[in-house]
Design a protein around this ligand. Structure first.
Ligand code: NAI
Ligand code: DG6
Length: 505
């Protein structure tokens, strides 16, 4: 795709697009709103040179880590496999960047769509170099077998590639994850000195980058859900305080926060795929200083994606959700870890907060704080026999016209990690892309996006935003935001769905 326009320039290294952003400033005057449409000029500059990308996963030997690594290798080497349903070709289904499309315009009256990945130059996932850590020493072939996610025949075909991959020893603070994880922790960096731990992780990152001749590295936490750390401004509030707390091996410094700090100090962006409060203010300050991004929290895969669609549809239709009862049972190691109350609490929070802003937006349905407090219940049960095939059952009860009730019962069955792996890939590819984009507002200096990369909210259950920026949970708004950003950077017109060119030529 090539954009021909007077507002877009391209040379060997950069694509620059000029964009007049239209917004509406609202002034409140008593009980009246005064709306003042305005236009602000932005320039987006995208470095079109694709780097050699390395990714280090924390929890590499887990269900997500092994499925992602194996799935990408299957695509890279075009490995086919057989099951009782026949011969399968590898694909990237479930990946927004690789398998979804964006409308770029119309040809006569026909809408034209291209793959998301083709709008701006992006890293090919098959070119990513993977590494990482796990508290379990199993090589990735055995770990994939333990995970019971990937079909047996594909596991066998991947074995020669995966058995050479062995996670680095990791930091293990038993107090932060479930006690039932202790029996797999045979690959642990010794000692209790958190500063030494930080320095070892930093060295691992630097060595990985140098040994693989990488242009950049991104770290992503896909290890067990931790309990929340007891956040305290004196411990976690600034970069300086956080580093001091690490130096004194403070008990409320989690393993995930050590990884986040190590990433920032090594100039790498960090993504938190679990729900806990890893990205404390001190981490954000470290990231800011290093000019890297942080993003989180908790991958938004199946049940929550659906929830943020359905609730948006109901509220958008003027129907009032009054109760959401979400029940899960699963039998993988994630479920085992979540069977401990402290870890469950972290997950409960991210699964619960995901509709708040959607309800809050509609003051017709929810005029008071009290009404916003709907009956939203999360249950997670560990049932080993279920394996990675997670069952999620939700009941949505909504109030309709004249006091009537509408109830939806939704039953979702999926291999959890087959949904999570392509999503993790998108997080990495988009984070890398956003590291190459700068913008200018009203002819000021070029700057990077905010340190907390809330552009990635489509992929997160509890999207973290820069302070002062409200969180958007609606799936369609999150997707539109991402789609529009890449279109604007490429110099394409944003679609407002009026389709006037189709209706009136
Ligand atoms: P898993 O339990 O299979 O894998 C986690 C891995 O992390 C294990 O191999 C474990 O040994 C390792 N680990 C634990 N503590 C560690 C540490 N300190 N350093 C290094 N490794 C450590 O879990 P799974 O299914 O891969 O999920 C990973 C995370 O992603 C969990 O927090 C889960 O809640 C979250 N998540 C998973 C989704 C899914 O669909 N699978 C969706 C949303 C979030
Ligand atoms: C129990 O729900 C286990 C969790 O780890 C979830 O499976 C995971 O977070 C995915 O959740 P969701 O709601 O995005 O499908």
């Amino acid at each position: 795709m090539k954009v021909q326009s007077t507002t877009t320039q391209q040379d060997d290294h950069f694509l620059i697009s000029n964009y007049d952003y239209k917004s509406t400033n609202i002034e409140k005057n008593g009980d009246k709103y005064i709306a003042k449409p305005q236009i602000t000029n932005f320039k987006f500059k995208t470095d079109t040179r694709i780097p050699k990308l390395g990714v280090m996963l924390v929890g590499w030997g887990g269900n997500n880590g092994t499925t992602l690594t194996g799935g990408i290798l299957a695509n890279k080497f075009n490995i086919t496999w057989n099951s009782r349903r026949g011969t399968h070709q590898p694909n990237f289904y479930g990946s927004l960047t690789q398998s979804s499309v964006i409308k770029i315009g119309t040809c006569n009256t026909e809408e034209v769509f291209v793959p998301f990945k083709d709008v701006l130059p992006m890293v090919n996932p098959c070119d990513i170099v993977f590494g990482g850590w796990d508290i379990s020493s199993m090589n990735l072939a055995d770990a994939m077998n333990r995970a019971q996610v990937v079909e047996y025949d594909l596991q066998q075909k991947l074995r020669p590639y995966l058995e050479k991959l062995v996670p680095l020893p990791s930091i293990y603070y038993p107090d932060f994850i479930a006690a039932n994880q202790g029996d797999r922790a045979d690959n642990v960096i010794p000692g209790n000195n958190k500063l030494e731990h930080l320095n070892i992780i930093r060295k691992n990152i630097a060595d990985f980058k140098q040994q693989n001749n990488l242009d950049k590295v991104i770290l992503l936490w896909t290890a067990n859900t931790e309990r929340f750390c007891v956040e305290d401004p004196n411990i976690h509030g600034t970069a300086e305080k956080l580093l001091k707390s690490i130096e004194s091996s403070h008990p409320e410094i989690s393993a995930s926060t050590i990884f986040a700090c190590a990433a920032c100090l090594e100039g790498c962006s960090f993504i938190n795929g679990s729900p806990q409060n890893t990205i404390v203010p001190g981490v954000i300050e470290l990231a800011e200083k290093a000019g890297v991004f942080v993003a989180g929290d908790d991958f938004k895969t199946g049940q929550t994606k659906f929830k943020t669609c359905l609730v948006e549809y109901l509220v958008g239709a003027g129907i009032k959700p009054k109760a959401i009862i979400s029940y899960n049972h699963l039998g993988n190691n994630d479920g085992k870890n979540l069977s401990q109350e402290s870890c469950f609490k972290s997950k409960e929070r991210s699964k619960k907060t995901c509709v708040d802003d959607i309800l809050e937006s509609n003051k017709v349905l929810y005029p008071t704080e009290e009404e916003l407090n709907i009956d939203h219940t999360i249950v997670i049960k560990y049932c080993p026999e279920t394996g990675d095939s997670k069952k999620a059952m939700d009941e949505y009860i909504a109030e309709i016209f004249l006091g009537g009730r509408q109830t939806f019962a939704v039953y979702n069955v999926c291999e959890d990690s087959l949904l999570a792996a392509p999503l993790i890939m998108d997080l990495l590819l988009l984070c890398e892309l956003f590291e190459r984009i700068q913008f200018q507002k009203d002819a000021s200096e070029y700057q990077r996006f905010d340190t907390v990369l809330s552009w990635l909210s489509y992929l997160m259950k509890a999207p973290k935003s820069e302070s002062g920026i409200t969180t958007i949970n609606s799936l369609s708004r999150q997707r539109a935001m991402l789609e529009n950003l890449v279109k604007v950077c490429a110099g394409l017109t944003i679609d407002d769905n009026l389709r006037l060119e189709v209706r009136y030529g």
